[in-house]
Design a binder for this molecule. Structure first.
Ligand code: ZN
Length: 424
């Protein structure tokens, strides 16, 4: 929120044409910091390690986020039940406080009350930090295992309702249904969210090819708006270029149907030009070797401008998006928003802080043109720009397909054709 301004709700802000900055990826960042387990990807850290979640909320706030999302991704009771087994070795905690907390939180509650506890703790944390900066709190629900195991619409809706009851009780400012691969499930979520009377956003984790049933982005968006969503778009799974392209397709669909909506985009902070329908999940590097694909702050500025120019006004990030990425959004859109975030006190726009560097060649980099034109190295000797693990059984057909992709290098093609020859 602009310093000193009164707090408007999300729709008032978007209706007034304001840019709203989302926050970034809690799950991936907290996994790297040691508080989330990759695999289940559940958010029990909200109750087990509130200090870790609180700190990350503060960092996104300081970086310029106008919304803090509750750390409730995959916090539905049915997902928490599927969290997997205890570790093979005992995890030794450093402090007796942590041990006590572990005793309290591990297995001593049924999943249902655990779910409630996690959702409540997440709401309290987001609210506490949001109030420090006068920004909005968004409750969040995501796709459920119940939908995949073909449970009924009523059962899936009942699962969402459990989380939504907590969001109402904790008085979040609005609710986001995010990370849905099937538009049908997202429609059900939106219908439940709408019963609260709170503004509702819905983002699918899809690309231009549409949802996993092949429903095109434009049609997905129309269905979500008809289900009652005020804001529609995409999150996760794809890089900003692909995500913005997908939201544009959604916007076209909605406009063609004569409907109205606001648009939202929260992409990965990883480059994914080689991804198909399921996005980064398909990559060989997923999820533990994605670092070379990370977007720079300059990539983010480009993304912010493209999203803005495409008419998207809710602009944020998902997995891989760290606080400095959020700050880059805020810096690119500083004029539109009318202010810079607190974190920019320690960052000169377009590298201007480098004017103070001791080395003259680094001082010479204190300008936009330098960073905008730079093509950063991946920094990994003998690594191609796209991945091909050895065990991949490449066929001649695969190799020919890759040849048609602009992103495939000559070196990669050589390897591919050699491999396809041995595989025949
Ligand atoms: Zn994500």
């Amino acid at each position: 929120m602009a310093p000193g301004g009164a707090k408007k709700n999300i729709l008032e802000r978007l209706d007034a044409g304001e840019v709203v900055l989302g926050d970034g990826g809690y799950l991936f960042e907290l996994e790297k910091r040691g508080y989330v387990k990759a695999g289940p990807y559940t958010p029990e850290a909200a109750s087990e390690h509130p200090e870790a979640v609180r700190q990350l909320h503060r960092e996104f706030l300081r970086a310029g986020a106008d919304v803090l999302q509750t750390f409730t991704f995959y916090a539905s009771d049915d997902k928490l039940e599927n969290r997997g087994n205890a570790p093979r070795f005992t995890v030794r905690s450093r402090s007796s406080r942590e041990i006590n907390r572990r005793k309290i939180t591990t297995r001593s509650f049924c999943f249902e009350s655990q779910g409630k506890q996690i959702n409540e703790a997440a709401c309290d944390l987001a609210r506490e930090v949001a109030d420090e900066g006068g920004v909005l709190v968004a409750g969040g629900v995501s796709q459920t295992p119940s939908y995949l195991s073909c449970r009924s619409e009523d059962e899936v809706k009942a699962v969402f309702m459990k989380q939504v009851e907590v969001f109402v009780q904790k008085n979040v400012d609005f609710i986001i249904a995010e990370y849905f691969e099937h538009v049908e499930e997202a429609e059900w979520a939106v219908q439940v969210l709408k019963t609260t009377g709170k503004p509702t956003a819905a983002t699918l984790c899809i690309g231009p090819e549409g949802d996993l049933n092949g429903v095109a982005p434009g049609d997905c968006a129309v269905r979500l708006v008809r289900a009652g969503a005020d804001i529609v778009g995409v999150n996760c799974h794809f890089d900003p270029v692909t995500a913005v392209k997908t939201v544009k397709m959604m916007k076209e669909g909605v406009e063609k149907a004569g409907l109205k909506a606001h648009y939202m985009v929260q992409p990965l902070a990883y480059h994914t030009p080689d991804c198909k329908r399921q996005g980064f999940i398909e990559l060989f590097e997923f999820p533990f070797s994605l670092e070379p694909r990370l977007l720079t702050r300059w990539d983010i500025q480009k993304y912010a401008r493209e999203a803005y120019d495409s008419g998207i006004r809710y602009i944020g990030g998902c997995c891989g998006f760290q606080p400095y990425h959020t700050r880059a959004l805020a810096e690119e859109l500083a004029e539109e928003r009318g202010f810079l975030p607190a974190a920019s006190e320690k960052h000169g726009t377009w590298g201007s802080g480098l004017e103070m560097h001791t080395k003259p060649w680094v001082r010479a980099r204190a300008r936009r043109e330098y960073w905008e034109k730079l093509k950063p190295a991946s920094g990994r000797p003998c690594c191609p720009s796209m991945s091909f693990p050895d065990e991949w059984g490449v066929t001649k057909g695969d190799a020919e397909l890759m040849q048609q992709k602009e992103s495939t290098t000559q070196d990669q093609l050589k390897v591919l054709f050699e491999k396809s020859a041995t595989n025949q």
